[in-house]
Design a protein around this ligand. Structure first.
Ligand code: ATP
Ligand code: MG
Length: 226
């Protein structure tokens, strides 16, 4: 499904603060599986997810999605691929302030031109499933960390993406809510979706729904990707 070949990523390349966040990653991710990336803070987990999800390009190496090399594609193609393939839960949520929770959930669907009533129904159903429906009309900036995280999860699912990418999706959730999230992951997997996430949480790493845990250290994989 997704294959990375000798992927490297530098920040501030050529400057004195040049930093190689990823130093040669070889990894294949199978469709329909749940993969968790773990490793110390700064080991490159978020950077890796942004490359896999077409949010950024590698400095060198190749990223293939369904046998198509996407590392060299122009931005407008990447935007299309992102929209049609991935749903993201960002580590910092990235909810838009000044608009409500439910509007945040619906935003990724606007370019698809779905009927407004149908979209709102779908967004509500997701908020219900994440136990956050009572906050649908709250502005994003009024939400607690755990509430914002659940809204961010709902937003990632609104377009029913093939691949869900979630960066520390349970970092702000209590164990009850984390289990709820893992139930959703299980449902996603049952419906054939691919899930990639990062987590420090043993509850997440050790849960039965996870097919594979990949460890990163200093921008390299500890487990060689199969
Ligand atoms: N835009 C950037 N410019 C410069 N350095 C960056 C940039 N983004 C990330 N880095 C650096 O790359 C390294 C890897 O960052 P990354 O966010 O991938 O780590 P992480 O494994 O997700 O850590 P955490 O567990 O804290 O979320 C860090 O040392 C970080 O400071
Ligand atoms: Mg991170």
């Amino acid at each position: 499904m997704i294959r990375l070949t000798d992927v490297r990523k530098a920040f501030n390349q050529g400057r004195e603060n040049e930093f190689w966040a990823l130093k040669g990653i070889d990894l294949s991710v199978e469709a329909g599986k749940v993969t968790v990336f773990r490793g110390p803070s700064g080991s490159g987990k978020t950077t890796l997810l942004t490359l896999v999800g077409c949010l950024a390009r590698p400095t060198s190496g190749r990223v293939r999605l369904k046998d198509r090399d996407i590392s060299g594609l122009p931005e407008r193609f990447l935007t299309d691929i992102r929209r049609s393939t991935f749903g993201f839960v960002f580590q910092q949520f990235n909810l838009l302030k000044g608009i409500t929770a439910i509007e945040n959930v619906m935003i990724p669907a606007y370019p698809l031109g779905i009927d407004r009533t149908e979209l709102s129904r779908r967004a509500h159903a997701l908020l219900e499933r994440l136990d956050i429906a009572p906050k649908a009309r709250s502005n994003a900036e009024w939400l607690s960390g755990g509430e914002a995280q659940r809204v961010a999860i709902a937003r990632a699912l609104i377009n029913d993406p093939e691949v869900v990418i979630a960066d520390e999706p349970t970092a702000n959730l209590d164990s009850e809510r984390s289990k709820q999230f893992l139930d959703i992951v299980e449902t996603l997997k049952e419906s054939g979706k691919t899930v990639l996430m990062t987590s420090h949480d043993p509850l997440v790493c050790e849960t039965a729904v996870v097919d594979r845990v990949v460890s990163l250290r200093d921008g390299q994989l500890v487990e060689r990707g199969g």
